[in-house]
Design a protein. Structure first.
Length: 463
């Protein structure tokens, strides 16, 4: 019966019809070693109808020895494959396996290769250097910020951060120490040269984007469901915490708040669970690949969804399947600084929290997409059914109001009706004093707002 061959190629599986193109086999093995390992099946291919067929391969006395020699002679660092011959459909199939390399990046014939889905491609210089830094545990946040000095650090931001750190984590800190000394304690400045790290500029810089322009966040509110016309757009600059807060302000002003009166309660709800959106933005800031220049974190708001996209796919061994259970930090220095002030936690709970918060809000779980060059979180909104998000039992008790006030409030909230004293009197057939007393009570209790004066005074809901 023999071995069972996978049904299709993938990022860990490649089919080759023969050993005639052994150079390409070497390149494929390099790409697999640079990702998470995989297997090349030689003697397998698809026929003209697209059906997977086992044609087999001729195995001579020294076939395997010559193949292994070619692989080891032309890879750097040397890749030592596991090669075996198996039977499938009565034919001999050569199986070549390599594990995920521990000394990445690997090259074949002096060139580096990467695996993108089913395809092996040449790796560009930026990708090679990024993989090299990652393999050697050289983190972007720890690198010295080229051209920056202590003069580019805002002392008030350092002091405010330390106070927040002490309050958030109970750590004894002294904001009164010289800024250089506090940066040293935070491990974000080179003690010899006095040059601050990239992380220091991103957290405490007077103008972070003058040194690191790709750290900005781009926000856009599009008209409709596609990327066409803009309703609102803003490029955010500043430190990481400043941009996170500004991004949340942008989302808040470009999403809806619904309100309705349910029985004897007034209830409100946001279009999306804001803590979930915040979690996605914080995760993007904390975990994006900062070595990718020319690309930014993007927050896109559409009529039916919000997308938060960050440069760089999932790092290390993380996949969409294990992202909730496994832990890997691309930016440990940045993550530590954000952890100190409770922007992130260390328990790998972000994905689960986003899922739980969306479900708890009455919406679908977020969708996570990894294109290998970027990571995207998609939050599907309620569309025209936003009022359905409000459960009957949720709201503020207004049962003490009289029937006139309840009816008026229901019209103001559910139908956006605006009242004047006269229109209130006409609807409920009451005196001017009674109308004024009813409306003033609603204003005093914070249920409605008022604008204008005298006969031009109007009463409506607070959203």
């Amino acid at each position: 019966m023999g071995i069972r061959i996978p049904k299709d190629e993938s990022e860990t599986v490649e089919f080759k019809p023969s050993l005639s193109d052994s150079d390409r086999i070497v390149e494929v093995l390099v790409s697999l070693a640079n990702l998470k390992g995989g297997t090349v099946y030689v003697g397998v291919r698809r026929d003209k109808n697209g059906r997977l067929k086992t044609f087999g391969v001729d195995i001579g006395r020294d076939t395997i020895e010559r193949l292994v020699g070619k692989i080891t002679d032309n890879t750097e660092p040397v890749i030592y494959p596991h090669v075996k011959v198996e039977s499938a459909s009565g034919k001999k199939v050569l199986i070549i396996q390599v594990g995920a390399g521990s000394a990445k990046p690997y090259t074949g014939f002096g060139r580096a290769f990467k695996r993108v889905g089913k395809v092996t491609k040449k790796m560009n210089r930026d990708e090679f250097e990024r993989l090299l830094r990652e393999s050697r545990h050289i983190y972007y946040g720890a690198l010295q910020c080229e051209g920056a000095g202590i003069k580019n650090i805002d002392e008030s931001k350092v002091s405010g951060y330390l106070k927040n750190y002490k309050q958030s984590r109970g750590i004894p800190v002294d904001p009164g120490l010289p800024v250089h000394e506090n940066l040293r304690k935070l491990r974000v400045i080179d003690e010899t040269t006095g040059i601050p790290s990239n992380a220091a500029i991103m957290l405490f810089g007077t103008d972070p984007q003058s040194f690191l322009p790709h750290t900005q966040i781009r926000c856009a509110r599009f008209k409709g469901k596609g990327k066409g016309d803009f309703i609102d757009m803003q490029d955010l600059f500043g430190t990481l915490p400043e941009m996170i807060e500004s991004a949340m302000q942008f989302v808040s002003r470009n999403t809806r708040v619904a309100a309705k009166v349910v029985e004897t309660q007034r209830a409100e709800i946001t279009e999306y669970p804001m803590p979930a959106i915040r979690e996605a933005i914080v995760n993007a800031v904390c975990h994006r690949d900062y070595s990718i220049g020319g690309d930014d974190i993007r927050v896109a708001i559409f009529n039916d969804r919000i997308e938060v996209q960050s440069p760089g796919g999932l790092p290390g061994h993380l996949t969409l399947k294990n992202i909730e259970k496994e832990h890997y930090l691309r930016n440990p220095y940045i993550a530590q600084l954000l952890f100190n002030i409770k922007y992130v936690e260390r328990w790998n709970t972000g994905i689960r929290k986003m899922r739980d918060m969306m479900k708890g809000h009455g919406l679908e779980e977020p969708v996570f997409e990894d294109s290998k060059v970027s990571f995207k979180v998609i939050f599907r909104g309620p569309g025209e059914n936003i009022l359905d998000l409000i459960p009957k039992e949720k709201g503020r008790d207004i049962s003490h109001l009289n029937q006139r006030q309840l009816k008026a409030l229901e019209l103001m909230v559910n139908e956006e009706r605006v009242f004047s004293n006269q229109s209130y009197r006409n609807m409920f057939n009451v005196s001017a004093n009674t109308a004024l007393r009813d409306l003033v009570q609603l204003v005093d209790e914070g249920l409605i707002s008022t604008s204008g004066k005298g006969r031009a005074q109007r009463y409506g809901v607070i959203l």
